[in-house]
Design a protein around this ligand. Structure first.
Ligand code: NDP
Ligand SMILES: CCCCCC(=O)/C=C/[C@@H]1[C@@H](C/C=C\CCCC(=O)O)[C@@H](O)C[C@H]1O
Length: 347
């Protein structure tokens, strides 16, 4: 069978913005037949995610992220359908997902990398398994619950950076559903600010590209900030932490503003921000969703029912075609996405 695949064409270098030319589309032939434990899958949707920027480097900077190899098939989150199987757990027609799905139109994979999913959990919106009812939704839900210390009725103000993205858009909604009295998002466009307030029920939104974040926070958070879901790091996070209340909590989810720079993860904080955290006794704990996979099944069921009941709104930006994987990835890294950035590969 002739299939299309995306390989890593070149590395951007650890201090540069990635370019679609860093990826290359190739054709390859899948050998007929399957070995024992193997499964032939057809790809429906692929995910592009910020951590992939680190996998483009020779050294990813994180022990759990393997660098992609030059001229080899790239991989990441994917969802697809089983076409044939020599693994006991999978049958033709099953819908399956994986964190390490090859960027190919079809692929032969080991059954052990797949998990079977139930389409009714997402009312048939299978791309949600890569977003709100998948890895980024889990990150938002479990990050808020494990590190946010939200107490219903405690009149807490939550601020979310990267608020119109995949994790941020869910984190803000979970904060509201769990009882925060004020939820303010920080994001990079007027359209995104509008979507947060009008579609997702955020109390307010700040466009960090146009507005002074410090002034915007003073206006939107008159009682200070109790919980901060941090997706971006850098200057935005310094401004948020400066207005946090005594005993507040920072959920250190990601630091995308630093991923095109040659710095360790998490990147070092300024003296002033370190002093703010210490003086106000603010916790700032790193959260990694992969460390909480024992809670994944229950959390995915909760996310699924919040979505299907309409309590959790899903935002997605869908690009079409495997040839556009690099375009979609680079666009997401620059803020081209509203909600989860997905690439549709086949029907
Ligand atoms: N800890 C964990 O287990 C996990 C962590 N993450 C982290 O969560 C964060 C969000 O990921 P995800 O939801 O998938 O991605 P998003 O859907 O949020 O997409 C990335 C967004 O980052 C914003 N951005 C890009 N550059 C900057 C910058 N310099 N300053 C501020 N914002 C910027 C852009 O939005 P805008 O228009 O607002 O600039 C862009 O849309 C990332 O840091 C990621 O690494 C993700 C999954 C798991
Ligand atoms: C170094 C930057 C990390 C920033 C945080 C982040 O985005 C973490 C994301 C992970 C991501 C890892 C995915 C797959 C790892 C396996 C692939 C491999 O390297 O072989 C996600 O799936 C879970 C998050 O914790």
């Amino acid at each position: 069978m002739l299939v299309k695949k995306v390989v890593l064409n070149s590395r951007p270098g650890s201090n540069r913005v990635p370019d679609p030319g860093n990826f290359r589309l190739e054709e390859t032939t899948l050998a007929p037949g399957l070995e024992e434990e193997e499964v032939l899958v057809r790809t429906l949707y692929l995910s592009v995610d910020p951590y992939m920027r680190c996998r483009m480097n020779e050294d990813s900077g994180a022990e759990y992220l393997t660098p992609w190899k030059l001229s080899e098939s790239v991989d990441g989150g994917g969802v697809g359908v089983v076409q044939s199987s020599r693994h006991d757990a999978y049958r033709e027609g099953d819908v399956v997902t994986s964190f390490t799905w090859p960027w190919q139109t079809h692929a032969v994979v080991k059954g052990s990398i797949l998990q079977k999913v139930n389409p009714s959990l997402v009312d048939g919106h299978l791309s949600y398994f890569l977003g709100a009812v998948g890895m980024t939704g889990l990150t938002a839900l479990l990050g808020m619950r494990e590190k946010g210390h939200v107490i219903r009725g405690a009149n807490q103000t939550l601020v979310v950076s990267g608020a119109a993205g995949a994790c941020g858009s869910v984190a803000g909604q979970i904060g509201r559903l769990d009882g925060c009295s004020r939820v303010v998002g920080i994001c990079g466009s007027e359209d995104k600010c509008k979507a947060l307030v009008e579609r997702l029920g955020f109390s307010g939104a700040i466009n960090y590209r146009l507005q002074d974040v410090t002034a915007g926070l003073r206006e939107n958070c008159p009682d200070g900030i109790d919980v901060y879901f941090d997706n971006v790091g850098g200057d935005v996070s310094d401004a948020v932490i400066a207005q946090m209340n005594e005993g507040g909590h920072v959920i250190l989810c990601g630091q995308i503003s630093q991923y095109n720079k040659d710095v360790p993860y998490p990147p070092p904080l300024s003296q002033e921000t370190q002093e703010n955290l210490r003086r106000k006794n603010i916790t700032r704990e790193r959260f990694m969703v992969l460390n909480y996979m024992s809670q994944a099944q229950d959390a995915l069921c909760e996310l699924g029912s919040l979505v299907t009941s309409g309590q959790l709104k899903v935002l997605e930006t869908i690009e079409n075609g495997i040839e556009n994987m690099g375009v979609a990835f680079c666009s997401m890294m620059k803020g081209g996405n509203l909600g989860k950035q997905i690439v549709k590969i086949s029907h």
